[in-house]
Design a protein around this ligand. Structure first.
Ligand code: HEM
Length: 375
């Protein structure tokens, strides 16, 4: 367990530093202030935090030492960005980490020949593209579709794995593959021809949300109870936020700064991505860290706070251009994330005290083993 915590620590630090930078970006006082922090907020959170967590979970599924190079490089990249070392060094490490993540998917695909792994691998290709473009000095507005595509493809791949519980027709899987191909094309087009490219990106994202809304098992498990219901609630709320982002891209096109920029970014990365992390944490952490993390209804509190505060920020603050609502919503977003960390760590500590010799769950082949969410 300790060795795996070491891989998770840089991700935790990247998250805390990213949240600190978020306060600075909101124009508020923050515990830590450096010139660099606001500029690296996005990369710290997307590749340093979420990327490292995804890479660690995939490395655990692969079960070879080499697989751990991906989370190690991504975590090291985040730490280097936070250090006084040249930003270029951190950028190179992030590029190497994304390359290593693609490398993890190759044996995983050879093992399973599963489309879900292929989709996740395509997501890692988008992460690599985003890291390279950022290092090449492109504005974050142009890097954004690549980072969003990375997260969306990774989650869609994971959900496909699970949707198999209900026996999908081959045609349905082919539809999803076609939509992911559209997403890849749209991300590239958004860079080359921003106008039509962003409209295509919005349409692809909306089509993916439609596929997920019809075929994801969350639609059924929302009617169950306990953990499956909690997960389903977070998933469905996350899909709704992804639809908001898709709608903004479709109608508004490329956003560079200001309220629409804030809205599209955080619909994807807070409403969708963080909601997915909240949903999967009770399953990922036991598999990755070999700890017990029993579901407790109190986990609903940070999840509700995340979505309510994001609604204040995006639907009131950004949509009506009301600065105080954006700031209050943003601070409550940060509170929700920190509260979830506190609830999770407390649950792990309490569970380990109650039962000091846990049955270690085997490293799961996916973020969401079917047994956990099947109704
Ligand atoms: C938890 C609360 C968060 C707050 C309060 C926050 C705040 C902000 C603010 C104020 C901006 C600047 C927006 C603008 O220029 O109009 C920003 C940009 C951004 N945020 Fe966040 N953020 C948060 C979480 C996250 C998370 C979790 C992610 C990713 C996983 C993320 C990714 C980004 C990205 C990619 C940008 C664009 C950066 C750039 O233009 O350089 N944010 N954030």
């Amino acid at each position: 367990m300790i060795r795996r915590v070491v891989f998770l620590l840089p991700a935790g630090l990247a998250m805390l530093a990213g949240l600190d930078a978020a306060l600075l970006l909101l124009g508020l006082p923050a515990p830590l202030t450096t010139d660099r922090l606001p500029d690296i907020h996005g990369m710290l959170l997307v590749l340093g935090f979420v990327g490292t967590v995804i890479a660690l979970e995939r490395a655990v599924a692969l079960r070879t030492r080499l697989g751990f190079a991906a989370p190690a490089l991504l975590g090291l990249g985040a730490l280097t960005l936070l250090s006084p070392a040249p930003v270029r060094a951190g950028q190179i490490l992030l590029i190497a980490g994304c390359g290593a993540l693609i490398g993890v998917y190759v044996p995983l695909f050879r093992r399973s020949h599963d489309e879900s792994v292929m989709i996740q691998a395509l997501g890692a290709v988008l992460a690599l593209g985003g890291a390279v473009l950022w290092a090449a000095g492109l504005p974050m507005a142009d890097v954004l579709p690549w980072l969003a595509g990375f997260i969306v493809a990774t989650i869609v791949g994971e959900r496909l794995e699970l949707a198999r519980v209900v026996r999908l027709a081959p045609r349905t899987v082919n539809h999803l593959l076609a939509l992911v191909a559209c997403l890849m094309a749209a991300v590239t087009a958004a860079l080359l021809w921003p106008g039509p490219g962003h409209a295509l990106l919005g349409a692809s994202v909306l089509a993916l949300v439609a596929w997920l809304s019809v075929h994801d098992v969350a639609r059924r498990t929302i009617r169950s109870s306990g953990l499956p219901r909690f997960m389903a609630g977070c998933l469905l709320a996350g899909y709704a936020w992804l639809a908001v982002a898709g709608g903004i891209w479709l109608l508004h096109g490329r956003t560079v700064e200001g309220f629409a920029y804030d809205a599209v970014i955080h619909s994807v990365f807070l409403g969708f991505t963080l909601s997915m992390i909240f949903a999967h944490a009770p399953v990922i952490l036991p598999a990755v860290l070999r700890v017990r993390l029993p579901y407790h209804p109190v986990m609903i509190v940070p999840a509700v706070l995340l979505h309510a505060s994001l609604a204040l920020r995006v639907l009131v603050g950004d949509a009506r251009q009301i600065e105080w609502a954006r700031q209050v919503g943003g601070v409550l977003n940060i509170t929700a994330v920190l509260l979830f960390v506190v609830v999770t760590v407390t649950s792990i500590v309490v569970a380990s005290r109650r039962s000091p010799t846990p049955r270690h769950p085997a490293a799961s082949p996916s973020l969401t083993p079917a047994a956990t969410v099947a109704p």
